[in-house]
Design a protein around this ligand. Structure first.
Ligand code: TXA
Ligand code: MG
Length: 349
């Protein structure tokens, strides 16, 4: 248990693959009674409330300090539940859902009348996804209601990929936390707006853009002077340290980072490097903190380790975190988006 600002946060450890039904029943009861439960998904931990209960959903915004203009993603466990939250027949999206649900893909659809304004931030649309995590699915099923859940971090802070990250931000602000260990994907879901033709990518995430294009043909990339998801403000996913994010060919980027590192060290700053394993040793800057993103050719590993790295370096007292662009292939696009925003240079409001 953990107590900070009012609520007592109960923490229950569960097996990620076969969660104890009693623990799930207890968490589901909290959701049904209007409370807040943080739970694991395959991407990041979510902060859940009953999506059909305006008062409960309001609690999410209070706990996170979240701007009310930033809508929540609604999580379902069965395709047939789509009609409870979206004004669209499940058949209409069967191909997409068949390919990636459950999975890290959120679809923006016209909203159903039962979804309160607070969940959609007053938009006529709703973002829906079916998470690929046994704990999340069991919780939604046991609660018997769709669950609205943003990432379980304080507003604009780095998303949580472990229960410890959730507690660091939200202890005492939520009722219950289901701890199932670290999440698998590490970056949030891809958000695709299906209310436009062709569909618009609002946020790159766990499902790569190439896969969407492979299935759907044309997909427009939002965010560059065009459409962004509401709430996708430039300064987002931000650790408390300054993030310096450089792009360009590998060698050039590493030399540029080395220059930054030396300059900052000379100014007496505590700095951290967030790079693929082999590259950490290539920066000559004694006394720097180093966090490995794994093998350079494994972007899934880099995505999985990204937020944990930002948080760890911040916790170690890094005043500046240095990282480089890993390209836009596959999960690279999502990693680029998160680091650009962490550096405060993202597009959007
Ligand atoms: O992987 C994820 O998506 C995680 C897990 C918990 O499911 N959730 C997550 O939620 O990342 P959050 O709140 O941190 O990001 C949700 C974003 C909002 O900031 C907004 O940009 C977009 O989803 N969104 C939600 N509803 C929308 C809508 N109706 N239209 C456009 N964008 C929407
Ligand atoms: Mg978030």
């Amino acid at each position: 248990m953990s107590e900070a600002s009012g609520k007592t946060t109960v923490v229950i450890r569960v097996d990620p693959d076969r969660p104890d039904p009693e623990a799930i029943a207890r968490a589901a009861a909290v959701i049904r009674s209007g409370g807040l439960v943080a739970f694991p998904t395959e991407t990041v931990y979510g902060l859940g409330a009953n999506a059909l209960d305006a008062e409960a959903a309001r609690g999410i915004y209070i706990a996170k300090g979240r701007d009310p203009s930033d809508p929540c993603i609604v999580h379902i466990a069965h395709l047939r539940d789509l009609e409870r939250v979206a004004a669209v027949r499940p058949r209409a999206i069967a191909t997409l859902a068949g390919a990636w649900w459950p999975g890290p893909l959120s679809l923006v659809l016209p909203r159903a009348p039962g979804v309160p304004d607070v969940v959609t931030a007053g938009q006529p649309t709703v973002a829906v996804r079916m998470p690929d995590h046994p704990v999340a699915l069991a919780l939604i099923r046991a609660a018997g209601v769709p669950i609205a859940a943003p990432s379980a971090n304080l507003f604009t802070h780095t998303s949580p990929t472990t229960a410890e990250h959730v507690l660091a931000d939200l202890a005492g602000r939520i009722d219950l936390l289901l701890d199932a260990g670290p999440t698998k994907v590490g970056v949030e879901s891809t958000i695709l707006d299906l209310t436009r033709t062709p569909p618009v990518l609002l946020r790159p995430g766990g499902i790569p853009l190439e896969w969407l294009r492979g299935l759907l043909g044309e997909v427009v990339v939002g965010g560059h002077g065009g459409t962004v998801a509401p709430g996708m403000m430039a300064k987002h996913y931000a650790p408390r340290a300054e993030v310096i994010f450089v792009s360009g060919p590998r060698e050039q980027a590493l030399r540029e980072l080395e220059d930054h590192a030396r300059r900052l060290l000379a100014a007496g700053k505590r700095i951290g490097l967030l790079l693929p394993e082999g590259e950490l040793a290539e920066i000559e800057a004694p006394g720097t903190l180093r966090y490995s993103l794994g093998r350079a050719d494994d972007l899934a590993e880099a995505a999985r380790r990204l937020f944990a790295g930002l948080r760890w370096l911040e916790q170690q007292g890094a005043e500046a975190i240095l990282a480089r662009d890993l390209g836009e292939e596959g999960l690279g696009l999502a990693i680029r988006d998160r680091l650009t925003r962490a550096a405060g240079r993202g597009n959007g409001k």
